[in-house]
Design a protein. Structure first.
Length: 506
């Protein structure tokens, strides 16, 4: 993970839920690029804001140990001026590559074997199963993609995933489609041993080495929730993903579904007055997302992600593309970056199985759940769900696609634009005005994720019935209440250097 220059000025308030008067001396990054917030600087103060300004800016947590400067993307799509050039792979931005991938998926039909973005050459690589019809290769090349002939079609890989689901749904396992290897990537965490490992390994072997590979993870899969300081519900903390407009026109935001297990009412300060109420939530099952409506219908919900001293304007929702560079904001660790590794991921958390996720190598920690996953040019990609590891050792992380969440809850990004239902279609189908705002504040709930004791979790343990939701049982030692760096990352104002062309926070 890159560690670039951090600014030390801690000044202007970045958002309603960001501490408004934090003073701290300039910090110098050590040679290893790490940065830790002194304990005395983690005490945060919040103030209520005027009625019409109650909105939360996405990612309104400072980028602690910010992973990267968001550099502008200099290359746009380029069309060849001759027949030869037109047939050559085009140079594309990641967002444009995502759009093209979606189009080719429908065009190639059963011959489509997935696609990924080659960041070095800035080209879209499309996998094609040629069969007896060479025309599909001609079509893909004519569209501007770099074509690679493979053995497995996308539908065959999905069939393999279905076999894993029916024969090896074991807590602590995951699988996703990796277009770069044209195989299923199966992962088992440290809890999968003995007979469980034998069962998983046997299933993978039945699929064949040409269809799936298996690896072990040193961590434990769990939703990234924790007790601490940010947005609160039932003693839990999460991060807000993106501000949206609900189907009835009211202001709302998206966060992780498991965050809502701790309570229905959310506050922007511990013990503070509720400012938003859960409207819809899914977890476990076909996703990990929730729609939370602001209680004040006059709330202003900006379409931006606040990374500290800068804001990234969110323009639309888009599908993820394997190989795409992405950034995550969260209330514990601030800004982190990495790449999309796999699509259509299934994760078997202790609380239950969640399908349809995005797999990445972007680090995350307890409290980052629900936070925004986005691109440097303003595309909303996902909501932080869970995974294993942390921002010290790394690990596997999974995200809920924003497009799917918008479609399911009937919301749009911002105050207008395309309906959420269309957002999912094909990358880049801007769901609305792109008003996402919000990371970092999420209402946290569902904390205990990972332990399986999260109230109301998949096991059917009625929230609070004995598992004391939010009581700090956070499975997996998620330092409940400790806040996993409680409030860390909230040192408003400290962020990436403003040489990227992005607008500073105001």
């Amino acid at each position: 993970m890159r560690r670039d220059h951090l600014q030390s000025e801690l000044n202007a308030p970045c958002g309603p839920c960001v501490p408004t008067a934090i003073q701290a001396p300039p910090q110098k990054l050590p040679d290893d690029g790490t940065y830790s917030v002194p304990q005395e600087e983690r005490s945060l103060s919040h103030k209520r804001i005027p009625k019409r300004k109650a909105a939360i800016a996405a990612g309104s947590v400072v980028a602690l140990g910010a992973a990267a400067i968001l550099l502008p993307n200099a290359n746009a799509s380029q069309d060849g001026s001759s027949d030869d050039a037109a047939a050559a792979p085009k140079t594309l931005k990641a967002g444009d590559a995502s759009d093209l991938a979606s189009q080719l998926s429908g065009l190639l039909g059963e011959a489509f074997g997935g696609s990924y973005y080659d960041g070095d050459s800035q080209q879209l690589v499309v996998n094609v199963v040629p069969g007896d019809n060479n025309n599909v290769i001609v079509q893909a090349k004519a569209a501007g993609a770099k074509v690679r002939e493979v053995e497995n079609s996308w539908s065959e890989l999905q069939d393999g995933a279905s076999t894993l689901k029916s024969e090896a749904t074991i807590a602590g396992t995951s699988w996703s489609i990796d277009p770069r290897t044209n195989k299923l990537l199966v992962t088992a965490d440290s809890t999968v041993t003995g007979a469980k490992w034998d069962r998983l390994e046997s299933t993978v072997q039945e699929l064949g080495s040409g269809m799936a590979t298996i690896k072990k993870s040193s961590g434990t899969f769990k939703p990234f929730v924790s007790g601490g300081d940010a947005i609160f519900a039932g003693g839990s903390r999460c991060s807000l993903g993106f501000n949206v407009t609900a189907g009835d026109g009211s202001p709302a935001f998206l966060t992780a579904g498991h965050c809502t297990l701790g309570g229905n009412e959310w506050s922007d300060s511990q013990g503070g007055q509720p400012i938003a109420t859960v409207d819809q939530s899914t977890f476990p099952g076909n996703g990990d997302f929730a729609l939370v409506k602001y209680d004040d219908p006059a709330t202003e919900a900006p379409s931006e992600v606040n990374t500290g001293n800068q804001t990234v304007q969110i323009t639309e929702a888009a599908e993820a593309t394997v190989g795409q560079e992405v950034f995550r904001m969260g209330s514990t660790t601030g800004l982190a970056d990495g790449q999309v590794l796999g699509l259509d991921a299934t994760v078997n958390y202790p609380e239950g199985t969640v399908t349809g996720l995005i797999q990445t190598n972007v680090c995350a920690e307890p409290g980052d759940s629900g936070g925004s996953l986005f691109t440097q040019d303003g595309l909303a990609i996902g909501l932080t769900s869970g995974g294993s590891g942390d921002c010290t050792v790394g690990g596997e992380t999974f995200f809920q696609p924003v497009t799917t969440a918008l479609e399911a809850v009937g919301a749009t990004l911002g105050t207008g634009g395309a309906a959420g239902g269309g957002a999912g279609a094909g990358a880049g189908d801007e769901a609305g005005a792109g008003q996402e705002a919000g990371a970092g504040e999420e209402a946290g709930a569902g904390q205990e994720a990972g332990a399986g004791e999260e109230a109301g979790a998949g096991a059917g343990e009625e929230a609070g019935a004995g598992e004391e939701a939010g009581a700090g049982e956070q499975a997996g030692g998620d330092e409940a209440g400790a806040g996993a760096g409680a409030g860390a990352g909230q040192d408003a104002g400290q962020g990436v250097e403003d040489d990227s062309g992005l607008t500073e926070s105001r």
